[in-house]
Design a protein around this ligand. Structure first.
Ligand code: SF4
Length: 755
């Protein structure tokens, strides 16, 4: 139990800390004196301060020390730019960056990849050079999708990993807690600071029995989504248990954990089991499996009598295949009911496209089982009736199924093999078989199916199902088809039924790694230069924000008094703005353009209080900033709900904002604002929100005595009338007050480093 075992085969500087995790957990065990779930063991085993940490599920905020960080290319840009501005020589924890989101599917893998490399050259050059400089691993375009690469190489039982992507929980299939976060959280861990998470409640899912026939692991999560709805997992970790857990593959568990994101769960996890041992061995990590066996009882499984906050039970013996959608992943219909439900809802019955693969469902098992259906159809002279695409999750999967023949089987079927990347799953799909606005149905083995997600067409009815079922739909071309009961006609018009799928869980001849697509950081990094072109419109180095000037802020205009719901999408829109995620100046042109101005009920139209002119919100903010005028925003309740997008906090700071004053904040956004050196403040009396007019001027008084729990004073100067005072509360602790004083959390780290 004392051995030093590497976390993976690619790094020689990162070790598995089971011993320390157990010691940390034991401290908490003595304090709480109760049995723990598996998820709790991992969390508490990674606490920063096990002696002092307040621990109450659903209440406390845990300060944690994750084992590693993974970033995808769209979110890595700003995370790395921020890390760079902290002035540290290298990352404090192992970090990998994965190029998968920026590759558009058009004609097929190779050509699409070449085009993407050309189109995104400056972003890839930046990521390749910055990862080399700061000691991070870099997975080049074509290597595969972040979550598949993590499962194949980095995930191990009992680990705590954070990733800047919502489907990071995929690694729960190997018994680790893998949690999706925003870039600012990733920067915390990269810079060696603890990372904060609200102690989740635990939703236990008890699996009994064994799946058979057409049912596959995907159907477990599709059914669960139907039970819990898209919000049912919010603030919870889903932990699977029961004898059913031992009956299927680790990659199948990955699929289930991946799609836990669709019910809003913090993450999902399976306890260490024999399928994980087999998968670790198949991917060259038998040593990790042996090491994990030594910690099975005390660390890598739930205690007997562990208490779950909620329990759902699923009987695998009777579980049917499901098809979820359209437009939402929790609209779950068992295959036996689809016929009547689809007709009753007037959903388009012709399936136009079947898409298998993605980070959710591209394991060797998925591909083998789907290929077995295709072979069966081919033996009856049938090919795909629909467009059929195959997205391998990684180069390793692609190379292995090429060697073992499944890829050829799909091609003969009429399948198009796409690049090892996200492609149509994230809307990177140059779809040409229909016009925008045409009502149509597609079925994928992906995870999300919100309106327009795959092809940008709001009339596309997207359904998600297992790859086996998607393949069956591609053969039948009809949403009403139930392969368990319905017959097809072979090439001579004779009826037959498809045989249930079968296939190996792991490749008998082992995995073929394919092309080497990994770039390890060099040992001597002193001469590496980070490549950012000064003329780039997609990347821009960050300049440190100025420290606080030590004075109360007076006579500030209100940039906008936002009415009603203001989410991070209203504050910093996604869509076409994704392109500028690495360029603060350009992306700041979307600041608050979706928020509604309380004065005129319009979006992106605010009055400059000095000129009287109405302009867009970012333009007005820029005008104020360029004249050295600080400004504030007034907001309603739960301001900044939605995502952990750090751009929503970076932009107001960049545009010269000083304070955001609301009835209440979404907590992550509030912390993000503090990290960027802004003042998130709350009306002590929420009714004061109504008393403020957009044309009023604001003083914030008492800043020189800013202290935890001590309210500040807001003095409001109405245009006509007497000034009035109101109390503003805040949630700053001492450390966060330093962030404000230094101008940002990163400035503070930099200053500490220089001392
Ligand atoms: Fe996200 Fe889809 Fe890419 Fe998976 S394949 S990481 S769900 S975009």
């Amino acid at each position: 139990r004392d051995s030093k075992v590497n976390q993976n085969l690619l790094e020689d500087h990162s070790f598995i800390n089971y011993k320390q995790n157990v010691e940390t957990l034991d401290i908490v065990r003595k304090r709480l004196n109760k049995p723990f779930t598996y998820a709790e063991k991992i969390l508490y085993g990674h606490l920063d301060d096990p002696h002092g940490q307040d621990i109450q599920r659903g209440v406390s905020y845990l300060k944690l020390r994750p084992d590693r960080v993974a970033c995808q290319d769209a979110t890595a840009q700003m995370a790395i730019l921020q890390f760079m501005s902290a002035g540290l020589p290298q990352v404090a924890k192992p970090v990998t960056v994965h190029c998968d989101h920026l590759i558009q599917a058009q004609v097929g893998g190779e050509k699409d990849l070449k085009r993407a490399i050309d189109l995104n050259k400056e972003v890839y050059d930046f990521l390749a050079s910055s990862t080399a400089k700061y000691n991070m691993g870099f997975w080049k375009p074509g290597s595969g999708i972040i979550h598949q690469i993590v499962l194949e190489n980095y995930a191990f039982p009992g680990a705590l990993i954070i990733g800047t992507d919502s489907h990071t929980p995929n690694a729960g299939g190997l018994g680790q807690l893998a949690i999706g976060v925003g870039g600012a959280d990733a920067v915390d861990v990269m810079a060696g600071r603890p990372w904060e998470l609200k102690a989740p409640k635990i939703l236990g899912v008890k699996l009994t029995g064994k799946m058979n026939g057409w049912t596959s692991p995907k159907d477990i999560i599709l059914k669960l989504a139907g039970i819990t709805t898209v919000k049912g997992g919010t603030g919870k970790i889903v932990e699977y248990f029961g004898d059913g857990v031992e009956t299927f593959s680790a990659t199948g568990m990955g699929t289930i954990c991946n799609m836990g994101a669709e019910i809003g769960a913090t993450t999902s996890v399976f306890p260490f089991n024999k399928s994980m041992i087999e998968y670790l061995e198949a991917t060259g990590r038998g040593k990790i499996a042996d090491f994990a066996k030594l910690y099975h009882k005390d660390l890598l499984s739930a205690d007997k009598d562990a208490e779950y906050d909620y329990v759902v039970e699923i009987d695998l013996n009777t579980l049917e295949p499901y098809i979820n959608g359209p437009f939402t992943p929790d609209l779950a219909t068992p295959v036996s009911k689809m016929k009547e439900v689809a007709v009753a809802n007037n959903w388009p019955l012709d399936v136009r496209v079947g898409l298998i693969g993605s980070c959710t469902n591209s394991s060797y098992e998925d591909m083998s089982r789907s290929a077995s259906i295709v072979k069966d159809a081919a033996a009856h002279g049938l090919k795909s009736k629909t467009i059929f695409t195959v997205t391998p999750g990684s180069e390793q999967i692609r190379a292995t199924i090429e060697r073992d023949g499944q890829l050829e089987t799909f091609k003969e079927f009429g399948g198009i093999v796409l690049a090892n990347a996200c492609g149509p799953c994230i809307g990177q799909w140059d779809r040409r078989d229909i016009k925008k606005g045409d009502k149509n149905t597609i079925v994928s083995s992906y995870n999300r199916n919100f309106t327009s997600r795959n092809d940008g067409n709001p009339q596309t009815h997207a359904f998600v199902a297992s790859p086996e079922l998607v393949t069956a739909f591609a053969i039948a071309g009809d949403l009403r088809f139930n392969p368990l009961t319905d017959r097809l006609k072979d090439k001579d018009g004779n009826e037959f039924m498809l045989k249930p799928p079968h296939g190996d869980g792991l490749p008998q001849r082992g995995y073929d790694a394919g092309e080497n697509t990994y770039q390890a950081p060099p040992t001597d990094r002193s001469t590496v230069e980070v490549k950012v072109s000064p003329s780039s419109d997609r990347l821009q180095l960050l300049k440190p924000f100025k420290p606080w000037d030590g004075k109360d802020a007076k006579d500030m205009p209100i940039l906008i008094k936002a009415a009603g719901k203001t989410t991070t999408d209203h504050i910093s829109m996604a869509g076409p703005w994704l392109k500028y995620r690495g360029h603060l100046e350009n992306i700041s042109n979307n600041y608050m353009i979706g928020a509604i101005n309380a004065e005129n009920k319009k979006a992106n139209s605010v009055r400059n209080v000095y000129t009287g002119e109405y302009k867009g919100v970012p333009d007005t903010a820029r005008d104020y900033r360029d004249q050295g005028i600080k400004w504030v925003v007034i907001g309603d309740e739960n301001f900044g709900e939605g995502s952990s997008r750090e751009h929503a906090a970076l932009e107001p700071r960049f545009l010269g904002g000083f304070a955001i004053i609301t009835k209440s904040f979404a907590r992550i956004h509030e912390t993000n604002l503090k990290k960027q050196g802004l003042l998130p403040l709350n009306f002590k009396n929420p009714a004061d929100y109504d008393k403020i007019n957009p044309g009023d001027r604001i003083d914030i008084l008492g800043l020189t005595e800013l202290a935890p729990g001590k309210p500040l004073t807001m003095r409001v100067h109405p245009k006509n009338g007497k000034p009035w005072d109101a109390a503003l509360t805040h949630t700053f602790n001492n450390e966060q007050i330093e962030w404000f004083k230094y101008g940002s959390a990163l400035n503070k780290i930099k200053a500490d480093e220089e001392k």
